[in-house]
Design a protein around this ligand. Structure first.
Ligand code: SF4
Length: 381
């Protein structure tokens, strides 16, 4: 990596530039337009770590670029491996912002959970990232780099592996992991970078293997509906009515359930695809059988499947944020199935490595989100 030398170093990090900024900033250095694409692909598909490694360029051009730019992909700040094989990463970006990514193994295919923002301003009350407050948007390069970095790490842990580095996000497309945008941040509030990252990722994997999860930002959903190719869509529902959704997801006041469901009914789905409805189960809050009935009514006519997620407890979330017992979860699942909804329960993974979004970064960080301020005010008063 050739990072900045000091605070006075004004060079830009190529990995953190959007495609439009990349094209604009490099244009004065480039004699032939195809060179821009060459450099962009070297950065984001090959994963070069210094301008010197872009050997397609002449020595003179590399020298000129190095005067104004550097390359600094995310680095591993901490890694926690759980007994079930789930590996959680805390990654540090070139400006010291931190993000999380999780590698979840499975007998069939690994799943990589990646971040789209370094924090989140939406302040959902069940989310540790929301508690710690807003951060900046990630660039497409920073999003894709999470996949490349975890993939490389995972391979280097394989028994007998001497490989220290892969040159592409996935060398073997048949073994490409599922990728879910369910880490830190709301992807649809950083849609331009997410779209650029999807274009890069899907050069090596199928759109069907990528899922974008959102609280339901309606204008962005409408924009996605117009795309030629779309990833799988997951919606964080988490409550069966507006009153309770407002309570735990402030964004519901802007995009209430009726509007969101109407938007989802218009959303184009390829043959065989369904929208995944994510539903956190919180004891004594949204886990009654009549709540399951209400969800079934809400989703009537929508091509959807429901994924139940017993909440992952965390000290900053408060005592009321606990999961129902197993029998309640089972009854809830069965009720939804009786109402005709394909329903699964997400297995809890990586509890001992703080597997839920935002938990690892929380260690040793100062909270500055809306909820943190409310809590500090409450604690003091
Ligand atoms: S659940 Fe998602 S949208 Fe809500 S605060 Fe957490 S990261 Fe943000």
């Amino acid at each position: 990596m050739s990072g900045p030398l000091s605070a006075a170093d004004t060079r830009r990090n190529l990995v953190a530039l959007s495609r439009a900024d990349f094209d604009r900033e490099l244009a004065p250095f480039i004699d032939r337009p195809y060179r821009l694409n060459q450099i962009y692909l070297a950065l984001h598909r090959r994963g070069v770590e210094s301008i010197d490694e872009i050997t397609e360029l002449s020595l003179r051009l590399r020298g000129e670029l190095a005067q104004c730019f550097f390359i600094a992909a995310p680095r591993i700040a901490e890694r926690r491996l759980s007994a079930d094989g789930t590996c959680k990463y805390l990654l540090r970006l070139h400006d010291s912002a931190t993000i999380e990514a999780v590698d979840i193994p499975s007998e069939e295919r690994r799943t990589l959970c990646i971040s789209s923002q370094a924090g989140c301003a939406l302040a959902c009350t069940f989310c540790v990232t929301g508690y710690w407050g807003a951060g900046r948007d990630l660039s497409a390069g920073e999003i894709v780099a999470q996949v490349r970095l975890i993939n490389r790490e995972s391979r280097s842990r394989e028994p007998g592996s001497s490989q220290a580095r892969t040159t592409r996000p996935f060398d073997d497309p048949s073994a490409a992991p599922n990728i879910v945008f369910m880490g830190m941040g709301e992807p649809l509030l950083n849609l331009e970078a997410v779209r650029e990252s999807l274009d890069l990722l899907t050069q090596s994997t199928s759109w069907k293997r990528v899922t974008v999860s959102t609280v339901g930002i309606i204008p962005a959903l409408e924009e996605m509906a117009s795309w030629r190719r779309r990833p799988n869509l997951a919606i964080s529902l988490h409550a069966p009515d507006d009153d309770r959704r407002n309570e735990i997801m402030p964004i519901n006041q802007t995009y209430p359930l009726a509007d969101l469901l109407a938007c989802l009914r218009r959303y184009p789905l390829e043959r065989g695809r369904k929208i995944t409805i994510e539903y956190l189960l919180i004891r004594h809050f949204n886990d009654r059988l009549k709540d399951a009935d209400q969800i079934a009514r809400l989703l009537r006519g929508l091509r959807a499947k429901v994924n139940l997620i017993p909440i992952n407890p965390d000290p900053v979330l408060g005592e009321q944020m606990v999961a129902p017992d197993e029998a309640t979860v089972e009854r809830f699942k069965n009720r939804l199935r009786q109402r005709g909804l394909f329903t699964t329960v997400r297995q809890r993974r990586g509890d001992e490595v703080q597997g839920a979004c935002g938990q690892l970064r929380a260690s040793g960080t100062k909270a500055h989100g809306v909820r943190a301020r409310l809590r500090q005010g409450g604690d003091n008063g």
